[in-house]
Design a protein around this ligand. Structure first.
Ligand code: ZN
Length: 276
């Protein structure tokens, strides 16, 4: 039994020539990764080799980086900018280094270098404060963020396109989070495909980035939704399941939800519990 290798093979992206042509240098890089990954998997003599690069990684989940307005429905989705800055400083002090999901995936697939204490800092939906508050803090640390972008967030100008381009210039990864944020377990197949595949097409067209990962709205998914995500060509997907992300389940990557009430102490406790 070689569970690690088999999982990595499952993760190997399936590329079409048209995709590569469409995504330019990203496509070519991805093909190179796939080829190296395949070679590594074939050359691995035992399960032990596969295990050298299957370390789980914490993916933090943030929403709005602002004080919660009085009477707001979900105050826990708001993390104060001062708290966010302290949390990032704490991570740096503890020896953490932020990376993109793509870097984690490449490490899992090929064993490419990853900082010993890697962490992914993900932001859901696309709020202006993610660009105005979170990005400057991360930029000072030379850290990328990961934006799970709901296409409508840009189209309705909650987050202007130029702001998203500024995130990309600051090395952020843009991943897909549907177009309208429905519960994907309740929509029909045509709508499911439009939200899952259509959001990837839209973001690629809008921003010319590869969009290799997907994030389930409100953490809602089932086997049918996962199948659509796979078929749309994504390499993996993030959930709201609590815990570390592991290569055993690339389409069910767990995350660590950061709440407004966590402050620094709660944040440190979460990180120390999940990634000692
Ligand atoms: Zn969301």
């Amino acid at each position: 039994m070689k569970p690690a290798i088999r999982n990595l093979r499952d993760m190997r992206p399936r590329f079409k020539v048209a995709d590569c042509a469409a995504s330019g240098r990203f496509g070519r890089a991805a093909v190179a990764i796939a080829v190296i990954g395949a070679a590594a998997a074939l050359a691995a003599p035992s399960g032990i080799a596969g295990r050298r690069h299957d370390r789980p990684v914490p993916i933090l989940m943030y929403h709005v980086i602002a004080a919660p307005p009085a009477g707001v429905a979900f105050p826990e989705l708001f993390v104060r900018p001062a708290d966010f800055a302290k949390q990032m400083k704490w991570l740096a002090h503890q020896g953490f280094h932020a990376v993109t999901l793509r870097e984690v995936y490449e490490y899992w697939l090929t064993g490419s270098p990853l900082p010993r204490r890697a962490v992914v800092i993900s932001f859901d939906d696309g709020y202006l404060s993610q660009a105005t508050e979170a990005m400057p803090v991360l930029r000072k640390l030379h850290w990328p963020g990961v934006l799970n972008l709901k296409v409508n967030a840009v189209q309705k100008f909650n987050l202007p396109l130029w702001r998203v381009r500024a995130l990309i210039a600051a090395k952020w990864e843009i991943d897909a989070h549907t177009i309208t944020h429905p519960d994907l377990t309740t929509v029909d197949d045509a709508r499911l495909w439009q939200e899952v595949h259509g959001s990837r097409v839209e973001i690629r067209k809008m921003l010319h980035v590869p969009v290799e990962f997907f994030c389930y709205p409100s953490g809602r998914y089932n086997a049918h939704v996962i199948d659509a995500v796979r078929r749309a060509g994504y390499w993996g997907a993030t959930t709201t399941n609590y815990g570390l992300a592991s290569p055993a389940k690339p389409y069910e990557l767990s995350r660590v939800r950061i709440n407004g009430s966590d402050g620094l102490a709660g944040f440190a406790h979460k990180l120390e519990s999940v990634a000692p």
